[in-house]
Design a protein around this ligand. Sequence first.
Ligand code: HEC
Ligand code: HEC
Ligand code: HEC
Ligand code: HEC
Ligand code: HEC
Length: 203
Amino acid sequence: MYTSKTDLQIKRIIVALVVLIAVGAVSFYFLRHPRVMDVGYRPQQPVPFDHRLHAGELEITCVYCHTSVETSAHSTVPPTQTCMNCHTSVKRDSPKLEMVRKSYENNEPIPWVRIHRLPEYAFFNHSRHVNAGIDCASCHGEVETQGVIAQKEPLTMGWCLDCHRAPEEYVIPTREISGLDVDPALLRSDIPKGPEHCSACHH
Ligand code: HEC
Ligand code: HEC
Ligand code: HEC
Ligand code: HEC
Ligand code: HEC
């Protein structure tokens, strides 16, 4: 039925398909891998801290724990003292809080794993953004409905610029849960555009 020529062609096609699938699988793995693509990056944390419980149910504002977000470029993760404001009495014997108690007694910070990180050469300032009436949810999603924090946005240059060009499409105005002390006059629809010149973000 088959000539040896078509037989060879079929073999070639099969080899090509196998190579294609292998290359596809490898690139799929690397492109999907959270370390590479980052969106959805959700590392295992040393303490099973739950934003849904603390921010969602207990309605503790974001700035109660992320204190520096209004005043500095970085929004730090809270020191153990902040947890102990409550946990010296609430659930004081819980095994889930073992590492928190140890950290407090030994005066050593909890080794939280950092999730969002820009490369060194890109400059980003939290206070400038949140004081312009831009809610945390614009960039981090509704953290109070997430059990564990995962990265929601790609943090690429294109992502920054999309919003800078058309903030009205991306900005969620300050919400009560953030606890930010923002002038209500800023919460208008005409939020200013962000900069697009290179030196704004690359010093
Ligand atoms: C009771 C304290 C507390 C409150 C309230 C709180 N957080 Fe957090 N947040 C933490 C801790 C602890 C971590 C580090 C562990 C983790 O990632 O879950 C964290 C991590 C984060 C991260 C990831 C940081 C990184 O490494 O990139 C974001 C983003 C964040 N919080 C946003 C929010 C927002 C937005 C709110 C308000 C809706 C909020 N948090 C309320 C304690 C708090
Ligand atoms: C304003 C008070 C308050 C602060 C501040 C607070 N928590 Fe909590 N936390 C609570 C309450 C209330 C519960 C729920 C207790 C319950 O389930 O009855 C809780 C529960 C927990 C649990 C689950 C305990 C268990 O056995 O189920 C963990 C873990 C936890 N908190 C970690 C933290 C960490 C880490 C911090 C600091 C970053 C922190 N909390 C800050 C009030 C607080
Ligand atoms: C305009 C976007 C944007 C808004 C609004 C924003 N963040 Fe972020 N956040 C980022 C980016 C980008 C990073 C990574 C910053 C870096 O690596 O320097 C980050 C990082 C963080 C971190 C990790 C520590 C750090 O500073 O690198 C925490 C915690 C955090 N944000 C909390 C918050 C909270 C709480 C709010 C609201 C009060 C908020 N963010 C509002 C974009 C935003
Ligand atoms: C959700 C919308 C939004 C996103 C996302 C966003 N920005 Fe902005 N950004 C703004 C707005 C609006 C302003 C103007 C604020 C003002 O004029 O008060 C601004 C201002 C700035 C400024 C000038 C003020 C300053 O801090 O010096 C810089 C720099 C900046 N953004 C960097 C970034 C970078 C880097 C990213 C991405 C990692 C980013 N922004 C993501 C909305 C955004
Ligand atoms: C609003 C902030 C912002 C502005 C304005 C901006 N950049 Fe960026 N740029 C970033 C961020 C954040 C990154 C890192 C994330 C990434 O790689 O996409 C970046 C990454 C880069 C990179 C590395 C890209 C790569 O793939 O490794 C280059 C090169 C660059 N920018 C050049 C420029 C030039 C040239 C301009 C002016 C035309 C400019 N940027 C304007 C925020 C900005």
